[in-house]
Design a protein around this ligand. Sequence first.
Ligand SMILES: [Cu+2]
Length: 159
Amino acid sequence: MSIFRLSCAVLTAVSISLPVAAQKNAAAAAAVPVVTDAWVKTMVPGATVSGAYMHIKSAQPVKLVKAESPVAGLVELHNMSMKDGVMEMKAMDAVDVPANKIVDLKPGGMHVMLMMVKKPIGKGDKVPLTLTFEGADKKPLVVKVEAVAQEKDSGLHKH
Ligand SMILES: [Cu+2]
């Protein structure tokens, strides 16, 4: 948890220090959401699933509607929550990203689920992700990121 807090603090510091001109340009260019700190969980041999996590920020309200990766046969958006004392995981149609609020995809919460992963993801591997967002006008806003594999305990999944 402290790692996430730290990286959020760094992110905030960076956005504050952006020159005013750069901020204006970003706003003019249809405001593609900004994805930072993307990482995926390393996999143990024999496993076929992993999770991808990241921070998402957008100047306008958008929804993350699709995630894709060449390393996985199937990618879904998931949310984990506690229900009757049991951790439950559910597929989501979309992840809401309100304007100017950092949405944290993190272990134990919302995540991008990588399934049917063809080759176990090892520490330091770079996993390409293509994220498709939609704004109010329903036009796709595509963001490509490389998530770096890390060996953090995700607290995830028995599946
Ligand atoms: Cu999941």
